[in-house]
Design a protein around this ligand. Structure first.
Ligand SMILES: NC(=O)c1ccc[n+]([C@@H]2O[C@H](COP(=O)([O-])OP(=O)(O)OC[C@H]3O[C@@H](n4cnc5c(N)ncnc54)[C@H](OP(=O)(O)O)[C@@H]3O)[C@@H](O)[C@H]2O)c1
Length: 302
């Protein structure tokens, strides 16, 4: 049996609970992973609330979480690139969560964890850093271009700032004063969040990566000459109305492996700011659900 933390019905945090479930059996092309760390993301509580039931269908009770790092405990048929005992990380297979001691990962969305990268860091890469990576590729900005990142101090934001810096892109990071230090430590120019954002951005930017939506996106859009260069994961529909787009996600082994190499090389630090034991999984999600997490939140096992 596995122990999992999830939700028994769609709703608020009161639906969250620990429960026992049979350890899943890996199908063809799948890995059973003994989880050492699970990343915590806003998507987790959004799935719990049921607002994503069209795109992320679950069977109740459902296990929370979408990304893990751990050790391969079993391989399914036709798995040739991974073996039992390999340290790996990746996105959990459809219908399986991350806040549990054992879960399934498709080999197509798994990568080997380099020895110098911690399980905690690796567990954060598929969702936040992966999204930032996909956005940077979509924007395709040249060195010296100016990029405005709105929501720069959160999980996706800190990854975006570092990936942009590695491409020699000049970044303006919009965040509250509490996150000024982290934004500046990542080489970006800090811009205070809140009403009047557009006035605080000097000159025009070449692109906007918005992680917040609402008024922040509306104001950020005023700072860019080319609306097609607006990408939002805070409100992709609003971005489309403005002439921009959401992020097209690529959850591939190749992308994850590249991100892990960037961490190993010291180019990318996911900035794990909060670590919780599995017993405190609910507290971990509450930090993210507050909407003001700085850096990444991780649940660690045993
Ligand atoms: N489509 C995808 O594939 C995808 C993938 C990952 C994430 N997302 C979405 O992207 C969003 C961000 O994710 P995340 O993991 O970075 O979240 P996070 O770690 O919780 O960070 C959210 C950040 O937003 C900041 N923020 C809140 N209101 C703001 C405002 N008005 N102006 C500027 N910053 C503001 C918060 O900082 P302060 O407290 O300092 O304001 C916080 O640092 C979430 O909605 C998430 O669901 C989508």
């Amino acid at each position: 049996m596995s122990v999992a933390y999830g939700f028994s019905e769609y709703g608020g945090p009161e639906t969250q609970q620990f429960f026992d479930c049979p350890a899943p059996a890996p199908g063809p092309g799948q890995l059973l992973v003994a989880v050492r760390a699970a990343g915590v993301n806003p998507a987790d509580w959004k799935v719990r609330e049921g607002t994503r039931r069209d795109t992320v269908p679950v069977i109740l009770p459902a296990v929370l979480g979408r990304e893990v790092a751990g050790v391969v405990a079993e391989v399914g048929l036709r798995v040739t690139k991974f073996a039992v005992g390999d340290p790996v990380f990746g996105a959990t297979a459809s219908g399986y969560g991350g806040y549990t001691d054992h879960t399934l990962v498709n080999t197509a969305s798994a990568a080997r964890k380099p020895p110098t990268v911690s399980f905690a860091d690796a567990a954060t890469l598929p969702v936040a850093a992966g999204t930032a990576y996909d956005a940077m590729n979509m924007l395709g900005l040249a060195p010296g271009a100016r990029l405005l990142v709105v929501g720069a101090g959160g999980g996706v934001g800190v990854a975006a700032l570092q990936l942009a810096a590695a491409r020699e892109i000049t970044v303006l990071g919009v965040a509250s004063a509490s996150k000024r230090e982290v934004v500046e430590s990542l080489g970006a120019t800090w811009v205070a969040s809140g009403i009047g954002l557009a006035d605080r951005v000097s000159g025009q930017v070449d692109a906007v990566f918005d992680l917040v939506g609402g008024d922040a996106l509306t104001e950020a859009a005023q700072t860019v000459a080319n609306p097609a260069a607006i990408i939002s994961i805070g409100d992709p529909l609003a971005a489309r109305d403005l002439g921009g787009s959401g992020v097209e996600r690529k959850r591939t082994s190749a992308v994850f492996a590249e991100l892990a190499e960037l961490v190993a090389a010291g180019t990318l630090d996911p900035r794990v700011a909060h670590r919780f034991s599995f017993e405190r999984a609910g507290d971990a999600l509450a930090v993210v659900e507050s909407g003001h997490a700085g850096g990444k939140v991780v649940i660690e096992f045993g």
